[in-house]
Design a protein around this ligand. Structure first.
Ligand code: SAH
Ligand code: SF4
Ligand code: F3S
Length: 465
């Protein structure tokens, strides 16, 4: 069975777009999309914005003036869900003032049955919800809301498909997301993603290459290839291909640009992929390899399918004759059953590997995942103590690594002016380190070289050379 939404369905959605244009065209209607969660959601929101513009809406950054409001939600931790619910709660006020406003909720939180029902029954002003696999159906949902006002709440089909051909409205004109695959098969015991984003499905290599080529030809300089587990890219395709093949094809595209991978799973990190990464300066600046825990006992309970030895082997390969690569990771603190010793293992590993930076999270039980009902849930107080200690250790490491860059010249891509100072610019290295520098000239969206003069835990400061 094909993994793609069929042409007829996409055509049907285009017809809805045309009908909406007739309904709202020329009436200067505005749309607002609030995005929570990871880069996948950022990428999805750019597609939502792309579709809304085609319907005839103008995007606004001001929710108060919007005629349609969408909240693209995340479910990864309780905090993300609470934030989504509070934002949706805030939107009620707009609907009370103007009943014609349309409010929709999408993304990972709304793809869960209990959340969908909660939104349906307790948030009467929400017009529709849809899951990540139904993104392409936005035109139909908006049309129905405009036309008959009937509320609509649906869960994704069992097997969500890939919708090609939705043109995103990209937030940046020099950094871009390119999804290379969707969904996840891994079922790490703590994680909600496989339940809300379905099984792994890869885009065709030619579609990805065409998108990357087009971006490069339009001047994009930093392209992130997205997937929950990009290392298993291609395994589900008929023409068996791999992330290493994809990277080697991208390497043939001419131009000056960086490529990031987000995210790699250590379980499937092949030597071929590591070699491809190291072969090209475009890819060899940064690697993010989530560890989650430094204890083999916990890794097993997390269903991660690697042990510390395998993980450290990958790091060793990445760093072999390549010590300048920026390494980052994800860590979960306070997973059920994590003993003081298990936690100390994690501390030992981060001291040993010396990551440039770590995204660390306190374990948050997710309804429907195996870990949520495991015995030995760690009391919040202990989780917080461990988390504080973890951050202290890692912050010292990050600072030490950053300070070692003083006097060195780094290449950065300039994001734009700093918020508080008109002469200061903010930029990032290939490894996503933030670098501030002074410039009279607007260098936004260009590469430049900066000599580092000062460093702290999260920032580098330098002079343009
Ligand atoms: N697919 C990516 C992870 C996406 S989620 C991967 O496997 O690496 C990003 C990070 O959120 C995870 O790496 C994990 O560290 C964290 N995370 C996921 N579920 C969590 C939970 N229930 N509680 C706390 N952190 C969680
Ligand atoms: Fe979640 Fe694990 Fe899949 Fe990452 S690999 S999305 S952590 S289930
Ligand atoms: Fe959140 Fe969904 Fe991403 S749960 S982290 S938005 S895949």
């Amino acid at each position: 069975m094909s993994s793609f939404v069929c042409a007829e369905e996409m055509q049907k959605q285009n017809e809805y777009i045309a009908k909406i244009n007739l309904l709202i065209g020329g009436k200067s209607k505005r749309a607002f999309v609030y995005t929570l969660g990871c880069q996948q959601n950022e990428a999805d929101s750019e597609k939502l914005a792309g579709m809304l513009c085609k319907m005839g809406y103008t995007m606004t950054e001001n929710e108060k003036e919007a005629d349609i409001l969408l909240v693209n939600t995340c479910a990864i931790r309780e905090h993300a869900e609470k934030r989504a619910l509070s934002i949706i709660g805030r939107f009620k006020h707009y609907k009370v003032q103007n009943p014609d406003i349309i409010i929709g909720v999408c993304g990972c939180m709304s793809a869960q049955e209990h959340r969908m029902n909660h939104l349906k029954h307790s948030y009467h002003y929400v017009d529709f919800t849809f899951g990540t696999g139904d993104l392409h159906r936005l035109p139909e949902l908006v049309y129905n809301a405009l036309n008959n006002g009937k509320r609509s709440f649906n869960l994704d089909s069992e097997k969500p498909l890939i919708a090609e051909g939705i043109e995103p409205l990209r937030a940046s004109n020099f950094r871009a997301w390119v999804s290379i695959m969707y969904g996840c098969n891994n079922f790490c015991t703590y994680c909600i993603v496989p339940y809300v984003r379905g099984r792994e499905r890869s885009r065709k290599m030619e579609d990805i290459l065409a998108e990357v080529k087009d971006l490069v030809s339009r001047g994009y300089k930093d392209i992130t290839l997205l997937g929950q587990n990009v290392n298993s890219y291609g395994k589900d395709l008929e023409s068996k291909t791999s992330i290493a093949d994809l990277l080697s094809q991208i390497a043939k595209i001419e131009g000056d640009f960086w490529i990031h991978l987000m995210t790699s799973h250590p379980r499937d990190a092949s030597i071929e992929m590591i070699n491809e990464i190291k072969k090209s300066p475009r890819t060899n600046g940064h690697f993010h390899l989530p560890l989650q825990s430094g204890s083999d006992v916990i890794l097993k309970r997390m269903n991660r399918h690697y042990d510390l030895e395998k993980y450290l082997g990958i790091i060793k390969e990445l760093r072999k004759e390549n010590e300048n690569i920026t390494l980052t990771t994800d860590i979960i603190v306070g997973f059920p059953g994590e003993s003081d010793e298990d936690f100390e293992r994690t501390i030992e590993v981060i001291k040993k590997v010396k990551y440039d930076s770590v995204f660390s999270f306190i374990y948050s039980p997710r309804k429907g995942t195996p870990a949520a009902t495991m015995e030995n849930q760690i009391p919040s107080e202990i989780q917080h103590q461990r988390y504080e200690r973890f951050c202290q250790v890692q912050n010292d490491i990050s600072k030490e690594i950053n300070e070692a860059l003083i006097g060195k010249v780094v290449r950065v891509l300039v994001d734009g002016k700093s918020k508080n100072d008109d002469n200061m610019y903010t930029s990032r290295t290939q490894g996503n380190k933030i670098v501030h520098f002074e410039s009279k000239k607007d260098l936004t969206g260009t590469f430049t070289n900066v000599k580092i003069t000062r460093a702290d835990t999260f920032n580098l400061f330098g002079e343009i050379i």
